[in-house]
Design a protein around this ligand. Structure first.
Ligand SMILES: Nc1ncnc2c1ncn2[C@@H]1O[C@H](COP(=O)(O)OP(=O)(O)O)[C@@H](O)[C@H]1O
Ligand SMILES: [Mg+2]
Length: 256
C-alpha cells in the first residue's frame, strides 16, 4: 500500500489562478520521488498542502491509511510529526536570535513524547542531544553556540535538515532545498540527503525546478506544468522516446 496518496487535488487561488489542477499521485514508503517543473507550476503549493500550511477543499490526501482532513487540528499532530519539510530558505526556519543548539532542538521541544532512536533522551543533556543532531548532518559540534548569521548557507540548510529529521519523520518533503546554494554546496546537500535516506529508509518527496538535482536523488519522477501532472516515470525511463514533450524540453535545457 502507498504511504502517501493524493487524489484529485485542486487548488484555486483567488483571481482564478489554478495552482493545482486535479493532481493525483502515490508514493510508497522508502521511495525517493522527485517533483519537477518550472517556476509557477504549482510545486510549492503542493508541498504546502502536504504539510498543512495550505488548506484544500477539492481532493483527498491519505497518509499511512488515514485521511488527512485540513480542519481537524488534533488529528493533525501525529501527521505533523510524521511529515517534515525542508524549505528553500533556511533563514525562514531558523530564528536569528537563537543559538544553533536551541534552534535544532525546537521540534523535539514541541514533541516531548518523541524518543529519537539515535539518542537516549532521558540520559542525554540538551546540548548532547543537539550535538548528535549536528553530527548526523555532518556539522562540527563547535557550531552549536553560533547564531544563524554566523553560518554559511550550506551549514544553515544542514541545520534545517537536522531539525526536520530530529522527529524521525516517515516522509520528508524538500522544496527547492538547494536552490539558494552555490553549485558545489548544492551537490554536498544532495549527497547528504541521499545518505540520510539510505540510512533511515524515510520517504523523500524532493521538489525542484532542476531536473539534474531530481535525477541525482530520485528514482521516480513526476513532472508538473501549470498545475497539471504531465508526465510520470521511473528514472531509468528518462530518455524513452515517449516522454512528454515538456519533459524532453526540461532535459534538453538542463544539458546533461
Ligand atoms: N498565495 C497565493 N495567492 C495567489 N496565487 C498564488 C499564491 N501562491 C502561489 N500562487 C500562484 O500559484 C501558481 C503556482 O505557484 P507555486 O506553487 O509557488 O509554484 P512553484 O513552486 O512551482 O514555483 C503560480 O501561478 C503562483 O503565482
Ligand atoms: Mg516554489
Amino acid at each position: 500500500m502507498s504511504q502517501l496518496i493524493v487524489e484529485n487535488l485542486s487548488i484555486h487561488y483567488s483571481k482564478g489562478v489554478k495552482a493545482l489542477d486535479n493532481v493525483s499521485l502515490a508514493v510508497n514508503k522508502g521511495e525517493c520521488v522527485g517533483i519537477v517543473g518550472e517556476s509557477g507550476s504549482g510545486k510549492s503549493t503542493l508541498a504546502k498542502v502536504l504539510v498543512g500550511l495550505q488548506p484544500y477543499k477539492v481532493g483527498h490526501i491519505t497518509f499511512e491509511g488515514s485521511q488527512i482532513v485540513p480542519k481537524k487540528k488534533e488529528s493533525l499532530r501525529e501527521y505533523r510529526r510524521q511529515v517534515q519539510m525542508v524549505f528553500q530558505d533556511a533563514n525562514s526556519t531558523l530564528n536569528p536570535k537563537l543559538p544553533i543548539w536551541r534552534s535544532v532542538l525546537e521540534p523535539l521541544d514541541n514533541f516531548k513524547e518523541v524518543q529519537p532512536l539515535f539518542i537516549n533522551r532521558e540520559e542525554a543533556s540538551r546540548k548532547e542531544l543537539a550535538m548528535s543532531l549536528l553530527e548526523m548532518v555532518g556539522l562540527e559540534t563547535h557550531l552549536l553556540e553560533r547564531f544563524p548569521g554566523e553560518l554559511s548557507g550550506g551549514q544553515k540548510q544542514r541545520v534545517s535538515i537536522a531539525r526536520a529529521l530530529s522527529l524521525e519523520p516517515g516522509l520528508l518533503i524538500c522544496d527547492e532545498p538547494t536552490a539558494s546554494l552555490d553549485v558545489t554546496v548544492q551537490k554536498q546537500i544532495l549527497q547528504l540527503l541521499k545518505e540520510l535516506q539510505e540510512k533511515t529508509e524515510m520517504t523523500i518527496l524532493f521538489i525542484s525546478h532542476d531536473i539534474r538535482a531530481v535525477t541525482f536523488l530520485c528514482n521516480h519522477l513526476i513532472v508538473l506544468k501549470d498545475g497539471l501532472v504531465v508526465d510520470r516515470f521511473r528514472l531509468e525511463d528518462l530518455y524513452l522516446s515517449n516522454r512528454h514533450e515538456y519533459t524532453k524540453a526540461l532535459i534538453k535545457a538542463a544539458s546533461f
